[in-house]
Design a binder for this molecule. Structure first.
Ligand code: SAH
Length: 382
């Protein structure tokens, strides 16, 4: 399978492995995981994608002015410079079309993209998200000020041309940080969120909530995580770093109780509604840092049978892990997007009596050098 099908790959730099065939990419990722994590346990074959293109459900396009016209682009990974780009093969087709349509409408309405060097112009970037199974599309238009010229006409042109767009949001980012959504937002069209279905559960996703970007692989990953946990309906479960509650809510069908812990308020607010949608009445949510949560759990003397942990790239806080060892759950299912921090954390858990029983890499991000891994840890026999 040839993967040299992206004309922007050298300039863009986000897909570092584009010059390899998909098979080469998979063996590269396997070796990376074996090298980093192979000392803990046998590494299962990587869970690959059958069709490794158009997998991303989320895009962030930057807009810029050139020769009196507005164009869509992306930030070059190496320099942060904007590179012209009107089609990205890891995105769904509709998302690519909408990115270009936003530039077309800007040009038709004679609007200008925001120019950071002069501070003039309107649109900074757009975030587009699509529900894989629902087909619903969210467009978030990010500008540097409250002023959105010709707003009504803009939104009606966009939604008439792409009726799959079910919600449009205006976000105001007057900070220096690009590609950032602030809490200052206005819903211009639709409900302000989209929904999607994973493993038979429906989830509400708001603009600032975390949601995995590859739904096909995410479904496989969550299934594997639940399989490893061997839930029977009697377990008390902790879902740490829970986002919009996906793992916890899916697992709640086969557990007695689930506690979900997450710091991002927008994600927790979605998670609470998601539990209601899915009639997951045995799930409780805590808007809290995992360390703060686990300290109180230890004080209360809480007991968990299974702990799912799915931290960001930086991995888990050491204090969190040491308190987990105090609580001593029989099973820990650790999901990680960074083999290095996973290796550090499972080595630490190893010192506290846990042994890795299985390790499976997942290709969540084909063509990039990123790899996700799920592992099961149980207590060593005393
Ligand atoms: N399990 C979820 C989210 C994983 S991403 C899913 O599969 O969709 C990691 C999540 O951890 C993010 O939502 C982030 O906001 C949250 N997070 C990061 N640091 C945290 C901390 N110290 N305490 C609690 N949550 C944290």
């Amino acid at each position: 399978m040839k993967n040299d099908s992206c004309k922007y790959f050298k300039k863009c730099g986000a897909c570092q492995l584009r010059n390899m065939t998909y098979e080469e990419q998979l063996s590269y990722k396997m070796s990376k995981v074996i090298k980093t994590l192979g000392r803990f346990c046998h590494v299962d074959e990587i869970e690959a994608m059958t069709a490794p293109s158009s997998y991303r459900n989320k895009a962030q396009a930057v807009y810029f002015n050139q020769g009196g016209k507005v164009f869509p682009g992306i930030y070059q990974s190496s320099s942060g410079k904007v590179v012209k780009c009107n089609s990205c093969p890891v995105l769904g087709n509709k998302i690519n079309f909408i990115i270009c349509e936003i530039a077309n409408i800007m040009n038709e309405l004679k609007l200008k993209a925001f120019d950071p060097s002069t501070g003039k112009g309107f649109l900074r970037h757009a975030l587009i998200r699509q529900g894989f199974s629902s087909g619903e599309i969210m467009v978030v238009l990010v500008s540097s000020s409250q002023i959105f010229p010709k707003q009504e006409l803009f939104v009606s042109l966009l939604t008439e041309r792409y009726p799959q767009i079910t919600t449009v949001i205006h976000n105001i980012n007057d900070t220096k940080t690009p590609l950032w959504l602030t809490s200052d937002e206005k819903i211009l069209y639709g409900p302000g969120y989209i929904t999607d279905t994973l493993c038979g559960c429906t989830f509400k996703i708001s603009p600032r909530s975390f949601y995995q970007i590859n739904p096909i692989q995410t479904e496989k990953l969550y299934k594997k995580a639940c399989e490893l946990a061997c839930l029977t309906g009697n377990e008390n479960v902790l879902d740490a770093y829970s986002g919009i509650g996906t793992i916890g809510i899916i697992a709640s069908k086969y557990s007695k109780t689930v506690h979900c812990v997450e710091t991002n308020k927008s994600s927790v607010s979605d998670a609470i509604q998601n539990a209601k949608y899915n009639k997951a009445y045995n799930v409780k949510f805590f808007t809290c840092d995992t360390v703060k949560f686990i300290n109180s759990a230890v004080e209360r003397g809480d007991k968990y049978d299974v702990v799912f942990m799915d931290p960001p790239r930086s991995g888990c806080d050491k204090v969190f892990l040491s308190r987990i060892m105090t609580l001593s759950p029989p099973k820990i299912v650790y999901i990680s997007c960074n083999p290095e921090t996973m290796a550090r954390d499972i080595a630490y858990l190893g010192g506290g009596g846990y042994k890795v029983r299985s390790l499976t890499p997942f290709d969540m991000f084909p063509h990039t050098n990123h790899v996700e891994t799920v592992c099961l840890l149980t207590r060593k026999a005393r």
